[in-house]
Design a protein around this ligand. Structure first.
Ligand code: ADP
Ligand code: ADP
Length: 229
């Protein structure tokens, strides 16, 4: 079924001569459980789309329906609930609390979620079952990002947004992290939208959206991976 229905999505930053048209009327439909990769040059609007679908930013025009509910007409309070209950984010910087162990970092989220995984379970899903008591400084970059992924999925979000999740990692570690990420979203049935420059990620996606100048220039369906209905 349909996760997101996006119509005529437009985002203009700034005023007058300083105006930037970050999104110029994006139309896209995303199915529940779909894994989407967003590719395209820097400045083409990928992060802006993620931020609006994730309820971190609001559009200038157009609509975003999440399971039939329009995010663009929600109050700030409802948008905050939407984020808290439905959305996970993974960014390039891991934003872990340095004074807390891996398990405690994930517990920050599981303590306030309605139907969370156990922190240890989430960490096992990303292959860190043996690292529960480690502090971030005792973990490699790839491991720290996997803790951040565990934290993002522990509340069982309907949708996970990843913005350059491996941007700070070398290519071997990146591939390990991306494989862990993919295993988890498949196991939990999470819809995922990921911005990445990493070569070779396309085979993991159901669909790749190529951005150019604030719109989807082209989409490529991965014929080797059956899309969810
Ligand atoms: P991408 O993720 O593809 O690199 P972005 O969505 O980050 O692209 O940016 C699209 C355009 O919007 C760029 O020209 C960028 O400079 C501009 N932009 C993004 N965020 C802001 C902002 N908060 N204020 C002003 N301009 C912004
Ligand atoms: P990954 O590919 O998951 O990032 P690495 O191959 O980089 O893992 O690291 C291998 C092991 O070395 C890790 O299990 C980690 O415990 C240890 N390690 C890596 N970097 C550090 C570090 N800066 N401090 C302590 N331990 C580290």
């Amino acid at each position: 079924s349909t996760c997101f229905e996006v119509t005529g999505l437009t985002k203009i930053y700034g005023e007058g001569s300083a105006q930037v048209r970050a999104l110029r009327g994006v139309d896209v439909t995303i199915r529940d459980g779909e894994v989407i990769v967003l590719l395209g040059p820097s400045g083409s609007g990928k992060s802006t789309l993620l931020n609006i679908l994730g309820g971190l930013d609001t559009p200038t025009d157009g609509h975003v329906f999440y399971h039939g509910v329009d995010l663009t007409t929600m109050s700030d309070r409802d948008l905050t609930s939407y984020r808290r209950d439905n959305v996970g984010f993974v960014f390039q910087n891991y934003n872990l609390m340095p004074g807390l162990t891996a398990e405690e970092n994930v517990e920050l989220v599981t303590e306030i979620a309605a139907n969370p995984l156990k922190a240890a379970e989430a960490l096992e899903l990303v292959g860190l079952g043996e690292r529960l008591r480690h502090f971030p400084s005792e973990l490699s970059g790839g491991e720290q990002q996997r803790v951040a992924i565990a934290r993002a999925i522990a509340k069982r979000p309907g949708v996970l947004f990843c913005d350059e999740p491996t941007g700070a990692l070398d290519s071997t570690t990146s591939l390990k992290v991306l494989r862990a990420l993919n295993r988890v979203v498949e196991e939990l049935g999470t819809t995922m939208l990921m911005v990445t420059h990493h070569q070779g990620i396309a085979p993991l996606a159901h669909r790749v959206l190529h951005f150019k100048d604030g719109s989807v220039d082209r989409e490529v369906i991965n014929e080797t991976r059956a899309r969810p209905e």
